[in-house]
Design a protein around this ligand. Structure first.
Ligand SMILES: Cc1cc2nc3c(=O)[nH]c(=O)nc-3n(C[C@H](O)[C@H](O)[C@H](O)COP(=O)(O)O)c2cc1C
Length: 329
């Protein structure tokens, strides 16, 4: 009998497949669909800090000067359709409707007024909070130290306000990610989980209309490698659990991330592409693979391929193709 149960930032999950924060988890119906298809936990669509502090118009007004309308619509769509009040109701209703952990999500770039709202999410019954931090440091005078201080400050401010587990979801664009991951992921103030990595809204250029437009919002399977690399490198070295996200499209992708050392795998694009039943399919694929390998539980293999357990740790840090070492010219 294969046991897929796992712990993720102190929560008991029946399996390691978590539905990532996205438009599919905006409302109760989507939450129920994910639960019915067998998800281990659900991250609700993010509320934006701006929505909490004012409303989404503040966000869009600020962007209007430089963004094309279609990009703007996408951005508005990316924000949660409801306001902070309705979001609390969604948390309450979701908790009533399903028996798996419900993780609320806030998208922010500061640790200002919105953090008080986090306490209300706790009262509404959220099992945990995922804080999605991401801003573009597009100012020449802004140093990497100031940027990284801001991430730590947000984490500390949220952790000081609430006692449910806090996950920090970040992007991959840092000059020294290992250093930052240790700052955020070690010690008494550590994030309960680091979610690696957010796939940010992308810009594209339409060469026919000669306009800047929204890029493809959905990932491909090829995009798994950035998070896979960092989970391989970080597993077992920091206190935070690691959640893998971006490019996880089937059961073998989940197996890869677990072998690397992830506690859970978060999925989004593959559900958009294939429907909610993809959750069930992925779990069946994972079970099938475990059976073939002779594994009965996740602990039989989790982290087995992480750098910390490797006899050739230097090979994990190879960035260039050198024929003698990689086999590629
Ligand atoms: C339409 C759409 C909306 C999203 N909204 C959010 C969001 O509100 N908050 C968040 O943290 N991530 C959001 N994401 C990112 C996903 O949670 C996920 O991290 C990303 O899509 C990578 O996973 P995937 O490769 O399985 O799609 C969104 C993604 C999509 C496609």
């Amino acid at each position: 009998m294969i046991d897929l149960s796992t712990r993720y930032m102190g929560l008991d999950l029946k399996n390691p497949l978590v539905v990532a924060s996205c438009g599919l988890t905006t409302g109760l119906q989507g939450v129920q669909n994910c639960a019915n298809a067998g998800a281990g936990a659900i991250v609700l669509k993010s509320l934006f800090e701006e929505q909490i502090n004012a409303d989404v118009s503040a966000l869009t007004e600020a962007s209007e000067d430089f963004m094309h309308t279609e990009a703007l619509e996408y951005l508005e769509g990316y924000g949660h359709a409801c306001g902070p009040h309705e979001y609390l109701s969604l948390v309450r209703d979701a908790k009533q409707a399903v028996d798996i952990p419900i993780i609320a999500s806030v998208n922010c770039v500061t640790a200002e007024r919105w953090v008080d709202y986090a306490a209300q999410l706790t009262k509404a019954g959220a099992d945990a909070l995922e804080v999605n931090v991401g801003f573009l440091p597009n100012t020449a005078g802004l140093t990497s130290t100031v940027v990284e201080d801001r991430y730590e400050n947000i984490l500390k401010s949220v952790k000081a306000r609430i006692d449910i587990p806090v996950a920090l979801k970040v992007g991959p664009y840092f000059s020294s990610f290992s250093h930052l991951a240790h700052r955020l992921g070690k010690g008494p103030q550590a994030a309960d989980a680091l979610v690696l990595f957010n796939r940010f809204y992308r810009l594209d250029v339409d060469v026919n209309s000669l306009k800047v437009v929204a890029g493809n919002p959905y990932s491909t399977q090829e995009e798994i490698h950035t998070s896979l690399r960092w989970i391989l490198l970080l597993a077992g070295k920091i206190d935070s659990d690691l959640a893998a996200t971006t490019g996880i499209h089937d059961g073998l992708d989940v197996a890869k991330q677990l072998l690397a050392g992830a506690a859970v795998a978060q999925i989004c694009s593959t559900i958009y592409n294939n429907g909610f039943l993809q959750i069930r399919t992925i779990l069946e694929q994972l079970r099938g693979w475990m059976e073939t390998q002779g594994f009965n539980s996740l602990d039989d293999f989790r982290g087995r391929l992480s750098q910390i357990k490797s006899e050739d740790p230097a090979s994990y840090e190879r960035l260039q193709y050198i024929k003698g070492l990689t086999g590629f010219e």
